[in-house]
Design a protein around this ligand. Structure first.
Ligand code: FAD
Ligand code: NAP
Length: 339
């Protein structure tokens, strides 16, 4: 027995919104054997098991009557290296940003645009994390997950993960798989994704004309630090809504009514609208109701000024959804995982 289970624990330190709810049971899982022990413990106690990482994509609206298991496994390794392509593997509990820095230190490119995203490696496939034009599907080489029902291990290929915009098989089948370790195919040669305007602009401002992967990482970190609230200072879960995909017809109508509309045509004919722009346009930026609010610098981010409950944050989100539907005929979808 290595699993240390605690009872009636506040989850406030374990979610980046800083929402104060209690978990009936809580434990850290340092390896696969701990996860299996936790499953057995939950079965005996007749409670569900709920796996979390850094808690940076959660909105907790009530006490959690479950065994909450925080993935705390560690380990980084190079699996293969042909001089150009390098496959690296990280344990689920590794913290994402230090992992990205480790790959850059090895002289590898591929993850630089995903710098400074909070959370763990194991949660990254859940919503196919993405930023500045790169998603993990672009560098994904496989993962190993535990099937909670059968207890079997399964290696997933890229195709089997059904990655899509902020989505995956693991999100669709929430609670079925525990992701244990993830593999990435990275490169020694530099092939950078620089098509996002703010990234190009920041590199120019910094006087970098031939950027390395490390330069891109630094530029991403500097933009993010200016624009996004640090959860250690102000509770938040990053973007609270997904950017909506709408028909080309609706996008054209909206563009006529709102010439400043931020819209990006997609390969499939749909158009992605910047949800933050819609929310700002509707007047919500900087709005505050008690301790629940909309961030002053980025309207896509809901914030907890101190003691907002998950229910208060959710109520604010629902008011924004209704208002955006009324103004723009666009339904915003909540991005964080609700409990
Ligand atoms: P958690 O919040 O702990 O969990 C998220 C979900 O994954 C839950 O459903 C949980 O049950 C499940 N889960 C966690 N670990 C495992 C596992 N090992 N096996 C199975 N299921 C698991 N996201 C982006 O995509 N792009 C961004 O640029 C971005 N920027 C952000 C900026 C800020 C300031 C914040 C606060 C959040 C941001 N996010 C972003 C959201 C968040 O950081 C990511 O979704 C991150 O991957 C969540 O990791 P986590 O370990 O905190 O997951
Ligand atoms: P931004 O640069 O102000 O851009 C606004 C939106 O326009 C972004 O959401 C982005 O969509 C889209 N966009 C910008 N340039 C684009 C291009 N060349 N092609 C297609 N779409 C483009 O956004 P931001 O809020 O500061 O965030 C910067 C990046 O970090 C974004 O990629 C964003 O997704 C990511 N981020 C994510 C979270 C989260 O919690 N999920 C939090 C903070 C930042 P996409 O979102 O689809 O990229």
């Amino acid at each position: 027995m290595t699993l240390q289970v605690q009872s009636q624990i506040s989850l406030r330190p374990y979610n980046s919104f800083g929402v104060d709810v209690r978990a009936r049971f809580f434990a850290d899982a340092h390896n696969e054997s701990d996860v299996r022990e936790a499953l057995a413990y939950a079965a005996v106690e007749q409670v569900p098991l709920w796996v979390i990482g850094g808690g940076s994509n959660l909105l907790l609206t009530r006490d959690v009557d479950a065994l909450v298991v925080r993935m705390s496994s560690r380990g980084l390794r190079v699996l293969s290296d042909d001089g150009e392509s390098v496959v690296v593997e990280a344990e689920a509990g590794e913290v994402w940003h230090p992992f990205v820095l480790w790959t850059l230190e090895q002289g590898l490119s591929g993850l630089e645009n995903l710098s400074l995203i909070p959370g763990t490696v194991g949660a990254a496939p859940m919503q196919n994390i993405g930023a500045y034009g790169v998603e993990i599907k672009d560098v994904f080489a496989g993962l190993t997950a535990l099937n909670r029902e059968s207890g079997e291990l399964k290696d997933f290929s890229l195709d089997e993960c059904a990655f899509a915009y902020r989505d995956s098989l693991f999100k669709q089948q929430a609670g079925r798989w525990v992701i244990l370790r993830v593999r990435f195919k990275l490169h020694r040669s530099v092939s950078l994704a620089l098509h996002y305007g703010p990234l190009q602009q920041r590199l120019q401002e910094q006087g970098v004309s031939e950027p390395t992967a490390l330069d891109v990482s630094r530029a991403v970190c500097s933009i993010r630090s200016e624009k996004l609230p640090d959860p250690a200072v102000l509770g938040n879960a990053g973007s609270f809504f997904k950017n909506p995909l709408v028909s080309a017809e609706l996008a054209a109508e909206l563009k006529q009514a709102y010439p400043g509309l931020v819209a990006y045509p997609q390969a499939d004919g749909q158009v992605k609208l910047a949800a933050g722009w819609l929310i700002e346009q509707a007047g919500w930026k900087g709005f505050r109701d008690g301790d629940a609010g909309v961030h002053k610098l980025q309207a896509l981010v809901l914030v907890n000024y101190g003691s907002a409950s998950g229910a208060q944050l959710l109520a604010l989100a629902q008011r924004i959804q209704a208002d955006i539907a009324k103004h723009f005929r666009v339904q915003l979808e909540i991005e964080p995982n609700l409990y």
